[in-house]
Design a binder for this molecule. Sequence first.
Ligand SMILES: CC(C)(COP(=O)(O)OP(=O)(O)OC[C@H]1O[C@@H](n2cnc3c(N)ncnc32)[C@H](O)[C@@H]1OP(=O)(O)O)[C@@H](O)C(=O)NCCC(=O)NCCS
Length: 184
Amino acid sequence: MHVAPRLLDGPLILRAATRLDAHPITRILREGADDGLVTRSDEVDAGAVSRQIELARAAANSLYVVAALPGENPLQPDDDEVVGLLLLEGAPLHRLHDVARLTMAVASAHRNKNIGRRMMQYAMEVADASGRIRKIELLTRANNATAIHLYTSLGFAVEGRLAARLRLDDGSFLDDVCMARFKP
Ligand SMILES: CC(C)(COP(=O)(O)OP(=O)(O)OC[C@H]1O[C@@H](n2cnc3c(N)ncnc32)[C@H](O)[C@@H]1OP(=O)(O)O)[C@@H](O)C(=O)NCCC(=O)NCCS
């Protein structure tokens, strides 16, 4: 999906991810692996991230956004510091074509500074305007209070709970919560 870059008030750029972002995105996904993502850090691969970025750029029902701190030239994608990512991955199947699955993470040093909220607002605005995404779905760990608070405050509703879905490294299990938001 095409996304016009936006320089926000305060030092934050929101723009479509390019393949040049694959390495910083990989670093952030590895950091988030222990905190809230389903992938383990050794399962995140820059090549796969790069392919995912290309697929999202090509698909009308997908969107890969990064949040970045500006460098010398704020609108030069290769001159900024990527501090967050958000993927809306549209389903390839025809009957699910207007449903997208959300993944997001912010670099640990930059959390709780509104970056996640601003990426979400931007992605929802672009998705709504595109007319290609009717429903955004996500799964989050039942103990991810920050994420659940953020999604709820942005209009996401809990649709269900998948019991003991995640096996943690200590052998214990954790529920996933299913949340979703419909285009208004
Ligand atoms: C979830 C995540 C993306 C949020 O990004 P962020 O930039 O830190 O989010 P924001 O700063 O925009 O918003 C965080 C909100 O959670 C609130 N919050 C922080 N800690 C909290 C806690 N322990 N319990 C409840 N709410 C909490 C903040 O007050 C803020 O809410 P507010 O805007 O109403 O004050 C980030 O924490 C992250 O990358 N986590 C690891 C990966 C992950 O869990 N991804 C989501 C998987 S579904």
